[in-house]
Design a binder for this molecule. Structure first.
Ligand SMILES: C[S@@+](CC[C@H](N)C(=O)[O-])C[C@H]1O[C@@H](n2cnc3c(N)ncnc32)[C@H](O)[C@@H]1O
Length: 298
C-alpha cells in the first residue's frame, strides 16, 4: 500500500480486479500511456465542453489512474476549486501524487486517495463526479455507483466516459478477431482478470439501469464515435494492442501458450492494420464511447 489516505477496504469481490490493475495492467498502462491517454484526450475535452466543471467547484475523479484528468479538473475549476483523484490501485495513486506535485499544482487544489469506489464511504462534498474509463471494473456496479452518488452534493452531476459495446469500436473488435485466429479463451486460467471488463457498460439499457438503481436522475447517454490514435507507427500500435484490450487479454489469459504465439500474432496485426496506416505512418482506427451525464437528486 502507498502512504496516504485509504478510504476503506477493497470489496472481496473486487480483489482480483484491483490486484490486476495494481500489477500487470498498471505496468502495461504505464508503458503504453502515451497511446492510451493521447487517444482519449479529444473525447475527454468533449465531455468537459458539454458538462463544464463549475468554477470554484469540488470534483472527484473515480479510477483516476495517473491523474491527468484530475489535474485537468483542478485547472478547470481554478484556484478556488479542488479535485480529488481516487483509484483502487496504490501504484497509480503514488505516481499521480508525485506527478501533480512535480507539475506544481497547489496542494490545496488537488488531492489523491486510494479507494475502491464500491466500498468508499464518501460524504456529499462534491459538485462534480468524473470518470474516464474507471467505472467498468466493479463486481457490483450498483453499490459502486451509489457510493459515487453519495460523494455528490444534492443536485451534483456525474459525468463520465466509458466504452460502448466492443463491436462498435472497430479497432477493438478487429484486434480480437486477429488474435482469435491463434488463441481461444481457456476454460481455466491463473491470471487475474479485470472483473467485468472495459465493455461492461456498453449496453445502454444496462448502463441506464445501473445508474437508475443507484438513484441517479436526468440520465443522458451521448453516443460519440471518434478517430482513435493507435500509435505513431506500426510498432507502437501493435505494442499497445498487445498490452491492453480484448486481444491482449486473450494472450494474457493463455499464459505461456499465449506468449508462445505473441510474435505470430504481432505479425498478423501488422498485416491487418497496414491498410489503416496514415501518410505520416501513424495508425488510426475508429472507436465508440458513451459520454454520460446523470444527476444526484436535489
Ligand atoms: C482504464 S484505467 C483508466 C485510468 C484513467 N481514468 C485514465 O483515463 O487514464 C481504469 C482505472 O480504474 C481503476 N479501478 C479499477 N477498479 C476500481 C475500483 N473498484 N475502484 C476504483 N478504481 C478502480 C484502475 O486501477 C485504473 O486506474
Amino acid at each position: 500500500m502507498s502512504d496516504g489516505l485509504q478510504a476503506g477496504a477493497v470489496a472481496p469481490a473486487n480483489e482480483e480486479a484491483v490486484r490486476a490493475w495494481d500489477t500487470v495492467l498498471y505496468e502495461r498502462w504505464k508503458q503504453n500511456r502515451k497511446v492510451f491517454v493521447g487517444a482519449l484526450t479529444e473525447v475527454t475535452e468533449d465531455l468537459f465542453d458539454r458538462f463544464p466543471p463549475p468554477p470554484g467547484g469540488r470534483c472527484i475523479d473515480i479510477g483516476c489512474g495517473f491523474g491527468e484528468t484530475t489535474q485537468r479538473l483542478a485547472e478547470l475549476v481554478g484556484a478556488d476549486g479542488f479535485a480529488l483523484g481516487t483509484d483502487s490501485s496504490p501504484r497509480f495513486i503514488e505516481d499521480a501524487r508525485l506527478e501533480a506535485a512535480e507539475s506544481g499544482v497547489a496542494p490545496e487544489n488537488i488531492g489523491f486517495e486510494v479507494a475502491d469506489a464500491q466500498t468508499a464511504e464518501w460524504g456529499p462534498e462534491y459538485d462534480y463526479a468524473f470518470s474516464r474509463m474507471g467505472t467498468q471494473f466493479f463486481a457490483a456496479p450498483v453499490p459502486a455507483m451509489r457510493a459515487i452518488r453519495g460523494a455528490l452534493k444534492p443536485g451534483g452531476g456525474l459525468r463520465k466516459i466509458c466504452w460502448r459495446r466492443k463491436g462498435e469500436s472497430q479497432f477493438w473488435a478487429e484486434t480480437e478477431g486477429v488474435v482469435e485466429r491463434f488463441l481461444t479463451r481457456p476454460a481455466e486460467y491463473d491470471a487475474d482478470t479485470c472483473g467485468p471488463g472495459p465493455f461492461s457498460l456498453g449496453n445502454p439499457e444496462t448502463l441506464e439501469g445501473i445508474l437508475t438503481a443507484a438513484g441517479f436522475e436526468e440520465i443522458e447517454l451521448h453516443s460519440r464515435d471518434f478517430d482513435y490514435f493507435m500509435g505513431g507507427d506500426m510498432e507502437e500500435a501493435v505494442d499497445s494492442l498487445l498490452a491492453i484490450g480484448p486481444g491482449a487479454e486473450l494472450i494474457r489469459l493463455n499464459g505461456e501458450h499465449g506468449e508462445s504465439r505473441r510474435e505470430e500474432i504481432a505479425e498478423a496485426l501488422r498485416e491487418h492494420y497496414r491498410q489503416w496506416q496514415q501518410p505520416d505512418g501513424s495508425i488510426v482506427g475508429r472507436a465508440a464511447v458513451w459520454i454520460v451525464g446523470a444527476t444526484n437528486p436535489a
